[in-house]
Design a protein. Structure first.
Length: 69
């Protein structure tokens, strides 16, 4: 029973963590990652702009003190 577990663990370890990687990174990969990063920043900026009043209202309600408390 122990040997079966050991074989399974060894198989999974060698499958998940290969010793060699025969991979090719295209020269356009850096440009694609850069475009993805810039698009993410623009998306976050647009979302913040779209919900700016709700964000400010929520923060004011979170940090304001209630009267009489």
């Amino acid at each position: 029973m122990l040997t079966i577990k050991l074989v399974i663990i060894s198989f999974l370890t060698y499958s998940i963590f290969p010793t060699e990687a025969h991979a090719y990174l295209d020269p356009g990969t850096g440009g694609f990652l850069f475009q993805t990063f810039i698009a993410s920043l623009i998306g976050v900026a647009f979302t913040v702009k779209l919900f700016w009043k709700k964000i400010i209202t929520g923060l004011k309600g979170l940090f304001s003190r209630k009267k009489g408390a």
